[in-house]
Write a protein that binds this ligand. Structure first.
Ligand SMILES: [Zn+2]
Ligand SMILES: [Zn+2]
Ligand SMILES: [Zn+2]
Ligand SMILES: [Zn+2]
Length: 257
């Protein structure tokens, strides 16, 4: 036990997964989790660094109901279980068990697009070294590289998050989505047609997919990605990858790229 723990500490991350800053960190005890935290960032005293108390980080229990998590945010300790994912602003991306909370997705998209004002007009300062966003930007560079994530993955995830394809709940219930427990985020109202957003259903039918049966977020994400690839809509220049929106995609992403 002691040896395993020490080995893990040697390979664990050097930045606090909550605030993204360095310092004296406590490594999560969950199996192979290499996330590390400042005691104060997880509501503990500094003596927590020395205790042998078994402790699992937020990545392993749903932030809503505390049951075992199913999807973990790539960029922060938020995670949700299978049951709650339909209730919150959380989306799978690239893998079944990884994704983004709405806050991290918003920040990563801003960084990748190299802008500092989001679609709702909220300004984010990535240059002020005193801010969380500044540290987040560095942390994202590491995650992005390690997980091979691209702007396309983010945009697909964003379209899915806004479209909400997973839950088959009534209109009213959909509007009452719970956000990940992190500050300031607004989302636009959507019109739902059956199981998904008007935009998603419209997109799927425009490319000849059967939209009678609901599909999962991951399936939808694969379809959108295949579409982008097979139609050569991924535009790569030296610095960025950009998806060129044709008429079908435009309705989904809501703007010209
Ligand atoms: Zn911290
Ligand atoms: Zn952990
Ligand atoms: Zn849950
Ligand atoms: Zn997150």
């Amino acid at each position: 036990m002691g040896r395993v723990k020490r080995n893990k500490e040697e390979i664990a991350e050097d930045y606090c997964f909550a605030c993204k800053d360095g310092g004296h960190l406590r490594v999560c005890d969950f199996k192979s989790c290499l996330k590390a935290y400042h005691p104060q960032c997880v509501g503990k005293e500094s003596s927590f660094l020395e205790t042998d108390e078994q402790w699992n980080c937020g990545w392993h229990s749903c932030f809503i109901c505390k049951r075992s998590s199913f999807v973990q945010c790539f960029c922060c300790p938020s995670s949700v279980c299978r049951k709650c994912i339909g209730e919150v602003e959380f989306v799978q991306a690239k893998k079944k068990t990884k994704g983004f909370c709405n806050n991290c997705l918003r920040l990563t998209i801003l960084i990748e697009k190299n802008v500092d004002v989001d679609s709702d007009g909220g300004k984010v300062d990535f240059k002020d070294s005193e801010t969380y966003e500044f540290l987040f930007k560095d942390y994202w560079a590491i995650v992005k590289d390690k997980e091979h994530l691209s702007l396309t993955d983010l945009q697909v995830a964003n379209a899915l998050l806004k479209g909400d394809v997973l839950s088959c709940k009534s209109e009213k219930e959909k509007r009452r989505k719970v956000k990940a427990p992190i500050k300031r985020c607004k989302s636009k109202k959507k019109t739902y047609v059956g199981w998904g957003s008007e935009e998603l259903i419209g997109f799927l039918s425009s490319i000849g997919k059967d939209t009678k049966e609901p599909i999962t977020q991951l399936d939808a994400s694969e379809i959108v990605k295949d579409y982008i690839q097979s139609n050569n809509l991924l535009h790569t220049n030296k610095k960025k990858k950009n998806v060129i929106c044709d008429e079908s995609l435009l309705s989904l992403f809501r703007r010209k790229k």
